[in-house]
Ligand binder design. Sequence first.
Ligand SMILES: Cc1cc2nc3c(=O)[nH]c(=O)nc-3n(C[C@H](O)[C@H](O)[C@H](O)COP(=O)(O)OP(=O)(O)OC[C@H]3O[C@@H](n4cnc5c(N)ncnc54)[C@H](O)[C@@H]3O)c2cc1C
Length: 479
Amino acid sequence: MIDQHVIARFVERLGTKAVLTDPDDIDPWVHDWRGRYHGAAAAILAPASTAEVAAAVGLATELGVPLVPQGGNSSMVGGATPPADGSALILSLRRMNRIRAMAPDDNLAICDAGVILATLHEAAEAVGRRFPLSLGAKGSATIGGLISTNAGGTQVLRHGTMRALVAGIEAVLPDGSIYEGLDPLKKDNRGYDIKQLLIGAEGTLGVVTAASLRLVPAIATRAVGWVAVPSPEDALSLLRLAEARLGDTVEGFEILSDETLGFVLGHIPDTRSPVGTRTPWHVLIEIDHADHSEPGPAARLEEALAEALERGIAADATIAASEAQAEAFWRIRESLSESERAQGPALQYDVSVPVARMPAFMVDAAERVQAQFPGTTASSFGHLGDGNVHFHVRAPRGTRDGPAWIAAQGEAINRFVHDMVVAAGGSISAEHGIGQMKRAELGRLAAPARIGALRAIKAAFDPGGLFNPGKLIPLPGED
Ligand SMILES: Cc1cc2nc3c(=O)[nH]c(=O)nc-3n(C[C@H](O)[C@H](O)[C@H](O)COP(=O)(O)OP(=O)(O)OC[C@H]3O[C@@H](n4cnc5c(N)ncnc54)[C@H](O)[C@@H]3O)c2cc1C
């Protein structure tokens, strides 16, 4: 545990308000969202300005104190949980929660790193714009955390991940210097793109303190459809048909299996299947228009779905008749994780493969896991158009002790699934990052050139290895 004399130095530098030492204040922030990782920290540093972050980082570097940058602590891979031995302090950005400027004419928002995603959504809406990225943890996740994990969600198909939505970044680098890159330059060829290095860096290269973020026009009208399809191949054909007929108005395109739909209907109150036909797979599709011009999104979607039915790509389809019904369709999608949890213990993977290979991967991977680990059932759901699905392997029916099953089988199943992903040319982390959960698997599976480059960049930015130790970068011996 870090010595109290060291904590006193931080209090001296930052003031008592910016150094939390009460165990009750610290405890909620040393466990990860899923309750899998448990850390310890003698203090949480909570600066309220970029200058205070720089002061905290400068002192940490001087004293050799490791720091774990933290936003909303909603990481799915234990990315913001400090080490269990108390050897690091948490550097929380939550007090830096000011929207510095809204510039609707430039389609830009400039936010402190600690602004919560839902707050940004509201602020953008108030000026007739929207920030087109959303996810289940939007009430907790912060701009800094979203940037540092290059977060995605259900709108990536149209608007991209955070890499596409961040126009500029301000950050404090491990030597305490402030990188001032908030200017939203469309063209900037001054060598390496520092902004993109910091996006997805999981707090290992410094602390993001603010960002310029791209906004898009608010939605004027939308159509949400539910389509029963025979196979993932048909789902992909439907996506390509929709893109051809509806252009870039396709805002959401999510696939799920009929079995998964059954879990929602079984466990989530007040849900019902949007279509009568129960094919093995289903698609949720959303079309958005920024104006009220005719034909509107419902008419255009109807035409595209009629063609899909005619061509046999779809077996049944319906378009939500009201906003309430549209919300009910989305509620099914948003309840998938909860209903899977209610179904029983499972191992969850967030993987990507090239889009064209995804339909075959979804079917083959499930069959192969079930054959290799008898009694398990596997299926995937998610962002087919991004080549990214959440692949879940459920424990054999009747398994009562989930943690014991994971302890006995988890590593073997992890390796089996990740090997299949790599063989299909994919990534073991599509959305959530590497954190501490996937670090060793990254080391086992990534090409030496990738690991070498990660380590070299880390060493160049953070030669003392003080920023988020134990996360992302494979340890010696793990590769
Ligand atoms: C219910 C739920 C649904 C989710 N759905 C999605 C989804 O659909 N798509 C998706 O991509 N992700 C999803 N996530 C995970 C998502 O990555 C996180 O919610 C979010 O990006 C992390 O933001 P945070 O502020 O909570 O960061 P934290 O969890 O606090 O930190 C995450 C990582 O970023 C680093 N970090 C945090 N702030 C900073 C900063 N200011 N500077 C430098 N490093 C920093 C941390 O050290 C850590 O490595 C989901 C999570 C939950 C709990």
